[in-house]
Design a protein around this ligand. Structure first.
Ligand SMILES: [Zn+2]
Ligand SMILES: [Zn+2]
Length: 727
C-alpha cells in the first residue's frame, strides 16, 4: 500500500494518503471496483480522477511506480478535513475518516484479524470494536491473545448469563454482573431460589444463545426513556444504578443481547458466538447493596475462557484447591480451630499447629537478630490518645475494635504495631550514629472485620504480624530496602516458594492531594525501592497511583504449588507517622532531622502465612516444619522397647518423634499416620530389633527402605537442617 509515500516532487502527501485510505476501504469490500461505483461511494472526494483511484485500489502493485506517482500528483485533491490519525502497535500511522471503527481497521489489516478481534484499546481505554473513532488515537486490536480481552469476554459472559436467565425465568430482576479475577457473576432478585438443576438449565440456554450468535448492541437512550423502560420491567436495581451514576438530561449507555437489556458502559465483544468455553460454578447469597436490611439477591458465579482447554485446566485447579483448603486440612490434621464460643476470626492453635508456629517464630526471630534488628515486645491496647496522635482514630477507626472505658481513660486494641515502635524510638534522643534503628516484633493486632467476611486463617480479627520498622537517614535508605528484599527472598526460599510476583506501587503526581509528603520524599522513596529491585534483578510491575497515601511500597506475591498468587511480603515507606509523632535524629552537622521510616512485614501475618503454607504443601509439610517428623511403629509388643530406644536416639538429635505402641494392627497404624502426612514411618520387627536397623516408609513413596538407625538419624538431621521442601 502507498500510505505516506512521498511524491518525487515532495508535493501532496496528504492526497496520497487519502487515496490510499479509499483504496484500503475498497479493497476490503471489492477487489476490482467499478469506477462508477466509486463515484457513488465517494462523492466527497471532489473531482478526483476515478481512474487513478481505481488503479490505485485494484492494481496498484501492477502499475509502474512512475505512472502511479505522476497520475496521483497530477490532481489537486483536497485532503479530507475530517480525517484522524490512528497509530498502530507496530508504530505505523493510518489516516482514516473520522468515525472509522476499530473493526474497519482490523478488516483493512486482514480478514483473519477482523474475525479474531474481540475488543480494542485506544489511549488506554477498552472499547467496542464498533465504536466510531472520533479523534487521533493509538489503537490496539485485542484478540484472545490479550489478557485484557478476557475481562471484556467475561463481562460479556455475564450478560450471556443474564440473557439466559431472563429467557427461562422472565420474572427475575437484575442487579449487576461484572467480570472478576477468575470469571464473572451476576446478581439476581427472584423470590424462588435457584437450585443446582437450574444452573444446568441456564447453562444449556446460554449454549443456545451462543449458537444464535446474538450481537451485543450498544444504544444511547435519553435518561428518562431508559429509566421508564427499566421501571416498566420492575428492574428496581437498574433504576437505582441509573439514578446513582448518571445525571438528569444525560444520555445513558445500554447494551442489548436478546431479551436482556443492561445499563452498562461496556465494552463488549461483538456477539455471543465468540464465547467458546464457559461454566457456571455456584450460587451464593448477597444482600442488595450489601445491606442486611435489603432484599437478598442470588449471585450466580461462573467463569469463561478463550478455549475449552483453559477452562478444563481451571476447573481442575478448583478441584485441586478444594483438596488443599486449609480449613479442611486444618481440622483433619488437627492444626487449629475457630471456637464459636470465643467468636469468629479468632484462631486457636492446637498442639500440632503450635509446633509449626514455633518453627516460624523461631526462624523469624533468629533472622531478625542475624540481620541487625532489635527484638521488642509491645502491649495489645493503648489509650485512645495514642490512636489520635497516630491518626488511626481518624482514618482507620472503622477497622478497630471499639473503645473500652477504664477508670483513667478510654483504650482501644491495637490494629497496628507502628505507633508502639515509634514510642520506643522516641523514648531517647537518637543521633545519626544510632541509625539505622530496626525494631522487630511478632506483634499481635486486632482488626474489626464484619462477621460475614471472615475466612479460615486468611481473614481474621486477631493476628500476629512479623512486623518491623526501620528508621534511617536518606543516605542509608537504599541499603535498608535492599536488606528488606534479601530478607524477603530468604523467607520465600526457606519456606519453599520458588515463584513470586512483585509490584511497585507509586503515587500519581497528577493526583497530589491524595498523597502526603513532598515531591522529594516520593522521589527518594520510589528511587530507592526501584534501585534495590534492580540491584537484585527482580522483575517488577510499576503501578502508578496504587501507593498508600503515606508512601510508595513493594508488594511481593508468592505463587503456590498450583499457581495461585498470595500477597505476603510488603515493604512500605511512611512519610506520615514520623511527622505526626515529630520524630528526629541529630544529624552530623548538629541539626535536628526527621528520619525516614519503613514498615515491613514478610510473612504478612503468621496466621495467613500458615494458611498459605497448608495449601501450598496440601498439608504435607517439609520435614523441618512437620509437627511430627517420624513415627515409630513396633510390629508387636515385644518390639516396643526397641522402638522407644530408637525414638530416644532421634529425640536426642532434635527430631520430633512419636512412638505408636498401641495394640492395633500395623497396617491400620501405617494408614492412620500416612493420613496425618507424617514424613517418615519407621516399622520395627524382629529383624530390625536384632540388627539395630529400621524399615523406613517415606511419605509419598511406595517402596520402603531398610537402613541402620544411625544412617536414618543422619538422613533426617540433614533434611531438617537444609529445610528441604520435600522428603
Ligand atoms: Zn454490563
Ligand atoms: Zn507499621
Amino acid at each position: 500500500m502507498i500510505i505516506a509515500a512521498k511524491l518525487p516532487d515532495g508535493r501532496q502527501p496528504e492526497t496520497m494518503r487519502f487515496l490510499a485510505n479509499i483504496a484500503i476501504s475498497l479493497i476490503d469490500w471489492i477487489p476490482f471496483p467499478d469506477p462508477s461505483f466509486l463515484h457513488d461511494q465517494f462523492p466527497q472526494a471532489g473531482c478526483p480522477d476515478f481512474f487513478t483511484i481505481y488503479a490505485c485500489c485494484s492494481r496498484l502493485t501492477l502499475l509502474p511506480p512512475s505512472f502511479k506517482l505522476k497520475r496521483l500528483a497530477a490532481y489537486q485533491l483536497q485532503p479530507m478535513a475530517d480525517s484522524i490519525h490512528v497509530k498502530l502497535p507496530d508504530g505505523s500511522v493510518k489516516e482514516v475518516p473520522k468515525g472509522t471503527t476499530a473493526l474497519d481497521i482490523a478488516k483493512s489489516i486482514g480478514a483473519r484479524l477482523a474475525e479474531a478481534a474481540l475488543a480494542a484499546k485506544t489511549n488506554g481505554d477498552l472499547i467496542d470494536l464498533t465504536r466510531p473513532l472520533e479523534k487521533d488515537t493509538d489503537l490496539r486490536i485485542l484478540t484472545d491473545r490479550d489478557p485484557e480481552a478476557l475481562e471484556v469476554y467475561r463481562h460479556s459472559s455475564a450478560h450471556l448469563l443474564a440473557a439466559a436467565v431472563l429467557e427461562l425465568f422472565p420474572e427475575t430482576k437484575l442487579g449487576h454482573g461484572p467480570p472478576t479475577d477468575s470469571g464473572f457473576f451476576y446478581d439476581f432478585y427472584r423470590p424462588t431460589p435457584f437450585g443446582p438443576e437450574d444452573l444446568e438449565k441456564i447453562e444449556k440456554k446460554m449454549q443456545e444463545l451462543v449458537q444464535q450468535n446474538i450481537p451485543y448492541a450498544r444504544e444511547f437512550l435519553p435518561r428518562d426513556q431508559g429509566l421508564a423502560e427499566f421501571k416498566k420491567e420492575g428492574d428496581f436495581m437498574k433504576c437505582h444504578f441509573i439514578e446513582q451514576f448518571t445525571k438528569p438530561d444525560e444520555k445513558i449507555s445500554i447494551y442489548r443481547t436478546g431479551k436482556f437489556t443492561d445499563f452498562c458502559r461496556g465494552p463488549h465483544i461483538p456477539s455471543t458466538g465468540k464465547i467458546k468455553a464457559f461454566k457456571l460454578l455456584n450460587i451464593a447469597g448477597a444482600y442488595w447493596l450489601g445491606d442486611e436490611k435489603n432484599p437478598q439477591l442470588q449471585r450466580i458465579y461462573g467463569t469463561s475462557f478463550f478455549s475449552k482447554k483453559d477452562l478444563d485446566d481451571y476447573l481442575l485447579k478448583i478441584e485441586e484447591s478444594k483438596k488443599r483448603d486449609h480449613r479442611v486440612l486444618g481440622q483433619q490434621l488437627d492444626l487449629f480451630s475457630i471456637q464459636e464460643l470465643a467468636g469468629p476470626g479468632l484462631i486457636f492453635w492446637h498442639p500440632k499447629g503450635g509446633v509449626i508456629r514455633k518453627e516460624m517464630e523461631d526462624w523469624m526471630r533468629s533472622e531478625y537478630l542475624k540481620r541487625g534488628y532489635s527484638l521488642v515486645y509491645t502491649p495489645h491496647v493503648a489509650r485512645r490518645q495514642l490512636w489520635q496522635t497516630s491518626g488511626h482514630e481518624g482514618y482507620y477507626s472503622q477497622n478497630m475494635f471499639d473503645v473500652m472505658e477504664l477508670d483513667d481513660a478510654e483504650y482501644r486494641m491495637k490494629p497496628m504495631n507502628c505507633p508502639f515502635h515509634i514510642l520506643i524510638y522516641k523514648d531517647s534522643l537518637k543521633s545519626y550514629r544510632d541509625l539505622p534503628v530496626r525494631l522487630g516484633e511478632l506483634g499481635t493486632v486486632y482488626r474489626y472485620e464484619r462477621s460475614g467476611v471472615m475466612h479460615g486463617l486468611l481473614r481474621v480479627r486477631g493476628f500476629t504480624q512479623d512486623d518491623a520498622h526501620i528508621f534511617c537517614t536518606p543516605e542509608q535508605i537504599e541499603n535498608e530496602i535492599l536488606g528488606c528484599i534479601d530478607f524477603a527472598l530468604e523467607v520465600l526460599k526457606d519456606f519453599g516458594f520458588d515463584q513470586f510476583q512483585t509490584d511497585l506501587s507509586t503515587w500519581d503526581p497528577k493526583d497530589r492531594k491524595n498523597f502526603l509528603g513532598t515531591e522529594e520524599q516520593w522521589e527518594l522513596g520510589n528511587r530507592s525501592l526501584e534501585n534495590a529491585l534492580k540491584r537484585r534483578n527482580i522483575e517488577y510491575k510499576v503501578i502508578p497511583g496504587e501507593a498508600a497515601f503515606y508512601g510508595p511500597k513493594i508488594d511481593m506475591k508468592v505463587v503456590d504449588a498450583i499457581g495461585r498468587p498470595w500477597q505476603l511480603c510488603t515493604i512500605q515507606f511512611d512519610f506520615n507517622l514520623p511527622q505526626r509523632f515529630g520524630l528526629e535524629y541529630v544529624a552530623e552537622d548538629g541539626s535536628r532531622k526527621q528520619p525516614l521510616m519503613v514498615h515491613r512485614a514478610l510473612y504478612g501475618s503468621v496466621e495467613r502465612f500458615f494458611g498459605v503454607l497448608i495449601e501450598h504443601y496440601a498439608g504435607a509439610f517439609p520435614v523441618w516444619l512437620s509437627p511430627i517428623q517420624a513415627v515409630m511403629i513396633p510390629i508387636s509388643e515385644r518390639h516396643a522397647e526397641y522402638a522407644q530406644k530408637v525414638a530416644d536416639q532421634l529425640k536426642a538429635a532434635g527430631v520430633r518423634v512419636h512412638v505408636d505402641a498401641r495394640n492395633e494392627k500395623m497396617n491400620a497404624k501405617i494408614r492412620e499416620h500416612a493420613m496425618q502426612k507424617v514424613p517418615f514411618l519407621l516399622v520395627m520387627g524382629d529383624k530390625e530389633t536384632e540388627a539395630g536397623r529400621v524399615n523406613v516408609r517415606t511419605r509419598g513413596k511406595e517402596k520402603t527402605e531398610d537402613m541402620p538407625v544411625t544412617e536414618f538419624v543422619e538422613k533426617i538431621k540433614a533434611l531438617i537442617a537444609e529445610k528441604k521442601p520435600t522428603v
